[in-house]
Design a protein around this ligand. Structure first.
Ligand code: ADP
Ligand code: MG
Length: 250
């Protein structure tokens, strides 16, 4: 479903991704862990088209977003294909990024109506069903500022799901939340995993990663240092850098 091959990205001459390769199969959950500044967000932003890579290849749902030419430069798909690929992806940010001036319901219906050209009534039916699933049936008419951080994040998950994505990406979905609110978000992601939603989750919640992820990647300094099943990476850690990182969470 997702294949990343030897992706490199620098900012102003500073290499941030130094040749990243990974694969995610349909229905799989990949957890990406690693210290701050290791390139996790940049990797998600490159896959989800918020940043452009310098070289490498990214294939999503059978469509090649970017490939190399002979000079090892990135060649992007045409605009139409990029738009098509965008429709396969959902992204949930650390800081929710809701539209503050729209109601909860409109936050969820906006993209299906504007981008997918769904009719408003149908979009609202779907949105209400998703809000109910997120435990927010009674918040449809509220505004983001009237909600807790955990509720806002659940709205942003509903908003991503409303586009019916094939892969959902989460960039530290709980790090802006008070500790007592992280559980409600992790529970939603666990439920999506149980429904076999394909997901890539950048997280500092190690217990969650260990329980939910099929595959775990540990990044440090723009490289993948260790990669394997959750029990490989957490249970029989090989690399010293991974051991040192994980020891901070014990
Ligand atoms: P992580 O998500 O693992 O904390 P990031 O991908 O956010 O790491 O950042 C990796 C490195 O890239 C950091 O050194 C960061 O300062 C740098 N970086 C990220 N985005 C930009 C940008 N837009 N311009 C310049 N440097 C950036
Ligand atoms: Mg980050």
């Amino acid at each position: 479903m997702l294949s990343v091959e030897n992706v490199r990205k620098s900012f102003g001459g500073l290499p941030v991704l130094k040749g990243i390769s990974l694969e995610v199969r349909q229905g799989e959950v990949l957890a990406v862990i690693g210290p701050s500044g290791s390139g996790k967000s940049t990797l998600l932003r490159c896959i989800t088209q918020l940043e452009r890579v310098d070289s490498g290849k990214i294939t999503i749902c059978g469509e090649t977003l970017v490939s190399n030419n002979e000079q090892e430069k990135a060649v992007y798909a045409d605009k139409q294909t990029r738009v098509k690929i965008g429709l396969h992806l959902g992204l949930v940010f650390q800081n929710f990024n809701l539209f503050p001036h729209f109601s909860v319901l409109r936050n969820v219906t906006e993209a299906p109506v504007r981008v997918l050209k769904k009719n408003k009534a149908e979009a609202e039916r779907t949105a209400r069903a998703l809000l109910e699933k997120m435990g927010l049936a009674d918040k449809a008419d509220a505004y983001p500022c009237q909600l807790s951080g955990g509720q806002q994040q659940r709205v942003s998950i509903a908003r991503a799901l409303a586009m019916n994505p094939d892969i959902l990406f989460f960039d530290e979905p709980t790090s802006a939340l008070d500790p007592e609110l992280t559980g409600e978000i992790l529970k939603v992601i666990r439920e999506l995993a149980a429904e076999h939603m394909t997901m890539v989750v950048v997280t500092h919640e190690m217990k969650f990663a260990r329980d939910v992820a099929d595959q775990v990647i540990f990044m440090d300094g723009g490289n993948i240092v260790e990669q394997g099943t959750a029990s490989d990476v957490f249970g029989s850690t090989k690399e010293e850098r991974t051991k040192a990182f994980l020891s901070r969470f014990n």
